[in-house]
Design a protein around this ligand. Structure first.
Ligand code: SF4
Length: 164
């Protein structure tokens, strides 16, 4: 049974693909700012997924934009992923955010579990951070666009919050 993998960007997906995890990539990131960055990240992912034959689902809800509140940001993205997983018969879901040493790992773990419980689908947790370095190597190898900030307007404007 395939796992639904919430995917923040192509570089963070590479390790999961390289590890031969049977997955469907789910792009739902209304946090991305500005629009040009959204488009850049999405098309980098789309081209990579297509080259690697990874099924990709695109979802968007403009009313759900967030800026600076990471808890709210994780919650919106993971809830939507859990709902999609439930609706489409996936046994479990998880997120590429768990590979990043720059994200709030424990908060993602907690919010993911809650989102899964609410939607009635299993949140697959593993600490994927040991794959981060390999993922960076792979994204260089594939010459993927690698962003310099997490995603939202606040992280874009902040010189301190360089999280990807
Ligand atoms: S810093 Fe990152 S996780 Fe936090 S709100 Fe912004 S985009 Fe979301």
């Amino acid at each position: 049974m395939k796992i639904l993998l919430h995917t923040c960007c192509a570089p963070c997906l590479t390790w999961f693909v390289d590890s031969k995890i049977d997955l469907v990539s789910y792009f739902y990131n209304p946090n991305l700012y500005p629009e040009a960055e959204f488009v850049k990240r999405y098309f980098t992912l789309k081209n990579y997924a297509s080259a690697e034959k990874v099924p990709l689902v695109f979802d968007f809800d403009k009313s759900k934009t967030v800026a600076g509140d990471c808890s709210d940001c994780y919650e919106k993205r993971l809830r939507k992923t859990a709902e999609y997983a439930k609706k489409n018969g996936f046994e479990s879901f998880t997120t590429t955010l768990l590979i990043s040493p720059y994200q709030n790992h424990e908060l993602i773990r907690k919010i993911g579990a809650e989102a899964g419980e609410e939607a009635g689908v299993k949140f697959f947790y593993r600490d994927f951070r040991d794959g981060y370095k390999r993922g960076r190597e792979l994204s260089r190898q594939f010459q993927l666009y690698r962003q310099k900030y997490c995603g939202c307007e606040v992280s874009h404007d902040s010189t301190k919050k360089v999280t990807k």
